[in-house]
Write a protein that binds this ligand. Structure first.
Ligand SMILES: [Zn+2]
Length: 266
């Protein structure tokens, strides 16, 4: 449910998944290049109504002795700040915000009504992703989410353009296609091994059908390749997988099932 928090931990390394929104969506409106009957069958096989497939927004909070890190900031509805307050995390204590990509449902909570929601944080972006959205922001008006949220942090951004460590235990994973420079994450500490794929997939139906790309993937062919590779990596390396929009907490495992892949939520 919206406002929920789901905790994973290994010693003093904690990953909390925060639910910023829980919506019901009709996948026929998202996957316009997929036959509606195929989508209906996928929904039916899990007892979902076709017009009410759960669609969450799952923000990660990573807490270590040295850092408090947010992965994306949600829509900016105020839910994230309320949830942080409920679990005893002050916005001023967040020292790093990692943005997976520049869509409004991921950057919308950078700015609040009175300025930066996380005033002491530095931000991490994949370089080409920042460049694309910063250019878009320059073309947009004041209401453009990129203009509203990226302009104020331009002096606080650290860029990454290779699959390297951002902070101890948190490494960037290139995940292009949904947007040009989308970034996933590999989070590893002790027994905790978690692959966060951000919006490389939007529903767990895509685990069985990695070739299904939604209409808002900027490069649908690239996103399909990225999606399949990330799913196979999670299966073959036995990684937990999280996705931003899978039903809360968006956490599960992928296994091989003959030629296909299979999703089991945790
Ligand atoms: Zn999204």
């Amino acid at each position: 449910m919206i406002g929920d928090a789901y905790q994973l931990e290994d010693d003093d390394f904690h990953v909390t998944i925060l639910c910023d929104a829980d919506q019901n969506r009709d996948p026929r409106t998202l996957f316009t290049s997929v036959l509606p009957e195929a989508l209906e069958r996928a929904a039916q096989s899990e007892n979902f109504q076709i017009d009410a497939v759960p669609f969450s927004m799952n923000i990660l909070l990573i807490q270590t002795p040295q850092h408090k890190v947010l992965v994306d900031t949600g829509l900016g509805s105020g839910t994230l700040l309320k949830t942080l307050e409920q679990i005893g995390v002050r916005p001023e204590s967040i020292d790093r915000v990692i943005i997976t990509h520049g869509h409004g449902d991921h950057i919308g909570g950078i700015m609040g009504e009175n300025g930066l929601n996380f005033p002491n944080a530095r931000y991490t972006f994949w370089k080409s992703e920042w460049d694309y959205w910063f250019t878009e922001a320059q073309k947009g008006d004041e209401t453009h989410p990129a203009r509203r949220n990226l302009f104020p942090i331009q002096d606080r951004v650290d860029f990454i353009d290779t699959e390297s460590e951002i902070l101890p235990g948190v490494s960037a994973v290139s995940a292009p296609g949904h947007t040009l420079g989308q970034m996933g994450l590999l989070i590893e500490h002790g027994v905790l091994r978690l692959l966060h794929i951000a919006d490389a997939a939007h529903t767990h139906f895509q685990v069985v059908h990695p070739d299904w790309s939604p209409r808002f993937d900027m490069q649908p062919d690239v996103s399909a390749k990225t999606r399949k590779a990330l799913f196979e990596r999670a299966a073959d390396q036995n990684l937990l997988l999280t996705a931003y929009h899978f039903p809360f907490p968006g956490l599960g495992r992928i296994s091989r099932d003959g030629e296909n892949l299979k999703w089991t939520s945790v």
